[in-house]
Design a protein around this ligand. Structure first.
Ligand code: ME8
Length: 511
């Protein structure tokens, strides 16, 4: 197959249950992966859990269990969340897998061979919650005057023997990369932040720890485990078969990965990761996209703080596709977004139940009742029909352009423009009335509407896959006629359709 496309989520810390921020990242990445599959690209989509480090070790100690027992339990929850949310990952990686130890040790050795790793002594601030080292100048004062990381998390003064990575040697090369490849870090605002951080000068990075042992052992250095971010970032290579560079999956890495991550971890992905890869003489990712944070009524939530919303519960309440659609349509991809019960209900009732759902329900029930459940003959198209199809073509093109720019929400906006146009068309043409005065015209309108629903279902399939497939089932479309190429193969008149069913229930507040 041609045209490989490799896309990843961050791998989550399984120190607690998944929250809605994790669900959001998985859903957005899944939507992009599905979009590219529907476009005919050969997609590898990976996700997983980041199981080492002090944060995991401490969370396990607090529960009086071993880190691996905690990881086993919680990683299962992350995977289950992905399954419930219909996340079409090809590989769920756990960093405790033997293959991942091999990959992490291989990239370590490659960095050693380059002369970029040396033994020293780390003295500085460390935030367990962020799993990050901070310079004195980056710290902020807390309410009681205590020192906090720039993310507002507690920091500890840490002194230990450590291996260092010569990050300082890569500042110029990184700045050149951001300049030459302006899309390497997106959105632009995040690129500017990272570039100014790098311009401020880079210090070498402490990349091993000796004060605990929950990590990947550093090769040939007893007592040292790798700094969790070295091993975590390497997951993206492990999933492509690294260190085997000629195996069946290596081409995905070589095509340039797209890493979808949250804004809090852009520095790790856009500074450390390309520097490690340059050191190891490996190809770089194509893009690091830092999405925004989901706020619960305007407030940041996190596992450690404890104001966490369970995404599986939300999917049970509103429906999987309702939750997916809301997050993809309502949050401007790259910016922070807020959610509330009212916002979800308003958006889903308007766009899904009253928009696409109503159109399908009305058209297909007339075909079932009055047309014997068979797709009617259109005859020669009228101007209004031609205009509607032109609207659909334009929406498909626009959505494609927006998706290239990662503007998921505007891509859906363009498609829902066509949903509105189709609803206006259907109301104006009024096939239920035409049936009495001009049956051939009624058939034509019903055909055009059914064909429009078919195209719309294909166009939204990356966002709301199960509902789109249910619509395509109602139109008796075979599995191999559901990708973007099939947009050009219109519905065959005479096709027998199954009895219509409502696909998008309207939310009614309990009395
Ligand atoms: O950072 N809204 O793991 P993690 C949106 N293991 N996204 C959010 C969010 C929110 N409220 N809270 C977190 C880690 N995220 C590391 C990653 S990758 C090699 C290692 C996002 O479980 C966060 O930005 O803390 C990150 O992209 C992902 O969820 C996992 O966060």
């Amino acid at each position: 197959m041609s045209d490989p496309f490799y896309i990843t989520t961050a791998i989550s810390y399984p120190n607690g249950s998944p929250h809605i921020g994790h669900a959001y990242e998985a859903i957005a990445t899944d939507a992009i992966a599905r979009f590219h599959r529907l476009s005919g690209r050969d997609v590898l989509f990976t996700t997983g859990t980041d199981e080492h480090g002090l944060k995991m070790a401490q969370a396990a100690r607090n529960r009086d269990i071993t880190p691996i027992a905690l990881a086993d339990e919680m990683s299962g929850q992350f995977k289950r969340m992905d399954e419930v949310l219909n996340i079409s990952f090809d590989r769920f990686i756990r960093t405790t897998e033997p293959a991942h130890y091999e990959a992490s040790q291989a990239i370590w050795r490659a960095m050693v061979a380059k002369g970029d790793i040396y033994l020293g002594r780390y003295e500085g601030w460390y935030s367990v919650r962020d799993e990050a080292f901070y310079g004195e100048e980056e710290l902020v004062a807390g309410e009681g005057g205590e020192k906090l990381s720039p993310q507002g998390t507690p920091v500890d003064w840490t002194v230990e023997e450590s291996w260092f990575f010569r990050l300082s040697a890569y500042a110029e090369k990184l700045l050149e990369l951001y300049e030459k490849q302006p899309n390497f870090i997106q959105p632009d605002s995040r690129r500017n932040e990272v570039a100014s951080f790098v311009r401020g000068g880079l210090t070498d990075l402490s990349v091993s720890r000796t004060s605990f042992d929950w990590g990947v052992p550093v090769p040939d250095a007893p007592g040292h485990v790798m700094y969790v971010w070295v091993d975590a970032l390497t997951n993206y290579l492990t999933s492509t078969g690294y260190p085997d560079r000629s195996g069946p999956l290596a081409r995905y890495w070589d095509a340039g990965a797209t890493h979808i991550i949250g804004k809090d971890i852009v520095r790790f992905h856009a500074v450390y990761w390309p520097a490690f890869l340059m050191s190891a003489d490996l190809p770089l990712p194509r893009q690091i996209f830092g999405h925004g944070f989901l706020l619960n009524k305007g407030e940041k939530m996190s596992k450690s703080v404890g104001n966490v919303v369970d995404p599986i519960g939300m999917a049970e309440t509103y429906g999987v596709d309702q939750l997916r659609y809301f997050l993809l349509r309502e949050v401007s991809f790259g910016a922070d977004g807020s959610y509330s019960h009212e916002a979800i209900v308003t958006r889903c009732n308007a766009d899904l139940a009253n928009g696409l759902g109503n159109l399908a329900q009305r058209c297909l029930s007339i075909i079932a009742k009055n047309g014997g459940g068979v797709v009617p003959e259109p005859g020669a198209l009228a101007q209004a029909d031609i205009d509607l199809f032109a609207d659909l073509d334009a929406a498909a093109d626009e959505a494609g352009r927006f998706m290239e720019e990662m503007a998921i929400h505007t891509a859906l906006g363009a498609i829902w423009g066509a949903v509105s146009a189709a609803n206006v068309y259907f109301a104006e043409q009024a096939p239920w009335a035409l049936r009495k005065t001009d049956p051939a015209a009624a058939d034509r309108v019903l055909y055009v509407t059914a064909e429009t629903i078919r195209q719309l279902a294909i166009l939204v399939r990356w966002a709301i896959p199960a509902s789109a497939d249910a619509l395509l089932d109602l139109l008796a479309q075979p599995q191999d006629a559901r990708d973007f190429a099939a947009l050009k193969s219109p519905l065959a008149a005479g096709t027998a359709l199954p009895p219509p069913q409502g696909i998008f229930p309207r939310w009614v507040e309990p009395a």
